[in-house]
Write a protein that binds this ligand. Structure first.
Ligand SMILES: [Zn+2]
Length: 314
């Protein structure tokens, strides 16, 4: 092993991470729109024409085209570069600092977090198609490949993550009379528990809530209130079945019934809250909570050894 120059492994990890990052951004675009992940091949999101082969090369294609489609000139969203860079660096870091199996399990987890964050950011929905399978996959990987987690902590993590947030959401709804934590968050946190155990859930909840509060405050103070995005095509199909004429807010409620469908409604339509009263704008969940949870969970997945030893040394 030592004969192979370390740089080759490093570059391979970077390249693999960048490719998976590119794939993750594509999945996050296609999943809610019900476009197959396999076909059609990569196309411009504006003019929908297929991109030349070299435009699939992660990072370089974005930089070479200066972030614009070469055919129609439309800007390519910076998340392509951001997602590719983030997963490239994560892959390199994990490759250098963890045994191969452990590193792979953590990388899969971070990829799932990235996809669900992007979907959540766009649609304020967390895709169950990602988080549902993420629970058993996380459990198996934690049991077999992640000695610092193991099957017991993973199992408790699933119960803690799913259960805790469900109870929190229920209490919030009782007190505030509106949905603050949706089922999407519950499933996301169950997946987090499966991959990084109950300790990871505690970390994720605490720092996710902290980051989310800061993010919410920043948006509340400086951002312009945004209307709730439309339901993505897959959710529309799912919610249209029971009652075709429901407005989007009621459709969102009906979405709980459709939780087994591809997506579930993460939080209640902020447009009704915004119209209701402006002064509550800071308190209501105007920003999706999921990406903040994912950020904290991803941080824990990368730095679990350091965080654990720091915690135990206190
Ligand atoms: Zn184009």
């Amino acid at each position: 092993m030592e004969q192979v120059p370390a740089i080759i492994g490093d570059v391979a990890a970077l390249a693999l991470g960048a490719c998976v990052g590119s794939f993750a951004v594509t999945v996050a675009y296609r999943l809610p729109r019900d476009i197959s992940i396999a076909t059609p091949r990569s196309f411009c999101e504006s003019c929908e024409r297929p991109v030349p082969w070299w435009a699939n090369i992660p990072i370089f294609a974005y930089l070479a085209s200066r972030g614009h489609c070469l055919m129609c000139g439309a800007p390519i969203r910076a998340r392509h570069l951001g997602g590719e860079l983030a997963l490239a660096l994560a892959a390199l870091y994990l490759y250098v600092n963890f045994p191969p199996g452990d590193a792979t399990a953590r990388f899969i987890f971070i990829t799932l977090l990235l996809i669900s964050s992007l979907v959540d950011y766009d649609w304020r929905l967390i895709p169950n198609l990602i988080t549902f399978p993420g629970v058993p996959v996380g459990f198996v990987l934690a049991a077999l490949l992640m000695p610092e987690v193991g099957w017991q902590d993973s199992l408790i993590g699933i119960a803690a993550g799913g259960g805790l947030l469900f109870v929190t959401g229920y209490l919030y709804q009782l007190v505030r009379g509106q949905e603050g934590v949706g089922l999407g968050d519950v499933f996301l946190l169950a997946m987090v528990g499966a991959f990084i155990g109950w300790q990871g859930v505690m970390f994720t909840l605490f720092f996710g809530a902290l980051l989310g509060s800061i993010g919410g405050l920043v948006v509340g103070l400086f951002g312009t209130p945004t209307a709730a995005p439309e339901l993505p095509p897959v959710a529309r199909e799912a919610t249209a079945a029971p009652s075709p004429a429901v407005p989007s807010a009621a459709g969102a409620q009906a979405g709980t019934a459709a939780a087994v469908a591809a997506v579930s409604i993460e939080q209640q339509a902020p447009d009704s809250a915004a119209a209701e009263n402006e002064e509550h704008a800071l308190l209501s969940t105007a920003v999706p909570f999921g990406p903040f949870l994912s950020l904290a969970a991803g941080f824990y997945a990368l730095f679990q050894p350091q965080l654990t030893s720091w915690y135990l040394s206190r």
